[in-house]
Design a protein around this ligand. Structure first.
Ligand SMILES: NC(=O)c1ccc[n+]([C@@H]2O[C@H](COP(=O)([O-])OP(=O)(O)OC[C@H]3O[C@@H](n4cnc5c(N)ncnc54)[C@H](O)[C@@H]3O)[C@@H](O)[C@H]2O)c1
Length: 311
């Protein structure tokens, strides 16, 4: 709190002390709330599972949607073991009727839903435009993109009727940058950004905020199960400005924030959670600094920053 807040009157808009239970009384759906088995040394928490756990810790009742009930059941048990409330809903989010049924069951169990986190996403088929199988392409686009529309279609009416809510869509830094080896994955993740902005515009006046998170290369069971060598893992770590490895908890913390009233004035944004991977490169090859008359010592260092390779 700033010095202006020390008087008797609180500063306008000051949210006050942080509340541990920001989501008490809220009901949420998290899709992809399971986590695959990544082996004895792998991580046990994917983005959907970590998000479901953090939402529950903040007081929300959480419907865990996953096509793998065995994986989501583990998430349910973790939440129940911590004293939280969660139900398991088996559903294929690429299927319209499956989404309708899942939302119906969540509404029956919890009443109006204030939070929807669309976390399901798959790597999809490999290959460039020449190589990729068109049918696999359609199926993966349905899982990664159409699923978010299908879930929102059934969640939005009751959310709007109850006064609004928050939708969080999990995109990826692959949706912000070129250079991904496959065509499907970055295309689908970029589509989620357009979808998020459009939905934010459509439903803003109805009190519904719609935001996207673009995780960087976090270490999750999906990644570990796809043949992560120590060398590759190290390369992924080095790819960000901070050069630290991220986990699903980092993504989940952002999702819990966007779901909460702390983000009441935030909609239509894409929040990279990537240790700076999309902000820039930590080492940029550059020409020599301009040392002509009047040119500033750019880094304030004796060598004008040249020893760091910066201009
Ligand atoms: N792990 C990363 O480095 C990373 C980076 C950027 C973005 N992401 C995104 O985060 C999200 C989650 O990734 P993760 O690594 O936690 O994955 P994960 O494989 O650990 O979890 C995905 C879950 O989704 C479920 N699922 C898959 N298809 C489904 C369907 N059709 N219907 C219902 N459930 C289905 C799976 O059963 C699984 O439980 C994805 O959207 C992914 O693209 C991950």
């Amino acid at each position: 709190m700033g010095t202006q807040g020390t008087g008797a009157e609180p500063m306008a808009g000051d949210p006050g002390p942080p509340q541990a239970q920001r989501l008490a009384g809220r009901a949420a759906i998290v899709t992809g709330a399971g986590s695959r088995e990544a082996g004895p040394d792998g991580p046990t928490v994917g983005n959907g599972r970590a998000t479901a756990i953090l939402l529950a810790r903040e007081g929300a009742r959480v419907a865990l949607v996953d096509e793998r009930p065995d994986w989501a059941e583990d998430t349910r048990q973790i939440i129940a073991g911590e004293g939280g409330e969660a139900i398991l809903l088996e559903a294929d989010v690429a299927d319209a009727e499956s989404c309708r049924r899942a939302v119906e069951r969540a509404l029956e169990a919890f009443g109006p839903l204030q939070i929807l986190v669309n976390s399901v996403g798959i790597a999809g088929p490999p290959g460039n435009a020449v190589e990729v199988d068109p049918e696999d392409w359609d199926r993966a686009m349905r899982v990664n993109v159409t699923s978010m529309v299908l879930m929102a279609k059934h969640v939005l009416p009751s959310m709007i009727e109850a006064g609004g809510g928050s939708i969080v869509n999990i995109s990826s830094v692959a949706g912000l940058l070129g250079g991904h080896p496959s065509l499907l994955y970055p295309t689908s993740k970029t589509a989620i950004i357009g979808l998020t902005r459009s939905m934010a515009a459509h439903h803003g006046r109805q009190g519904v905020r719609v935001n996207a998170i673009a995780p960087g290369m976090v270490y999750t069971p999906m990644v570990a199960a796809r043949g992560m060598t120590p060398e590759l893992r190290e390369l992924r770590r080095q790819r960000s400005l901070m050069q630290t490895e991220g986990t699903a908890w980092d993504v989940a913390a952002a999702a819990a924030f966007l779901a909460s009233d702390a983000a009441r004035w935030i909609t239509g944004v894409v929040l990279p959670v990537d240790a700076g991977a999309t902000a820039g490169l930590s080492r940029m090859p550059s020409p020599r600094a301009d040392t002509g008359p009047g040119s500033p010592d750019l880094l304030g260092s004796p060598g004008g920053g040249q020893e760091e390779g910066w201009v």
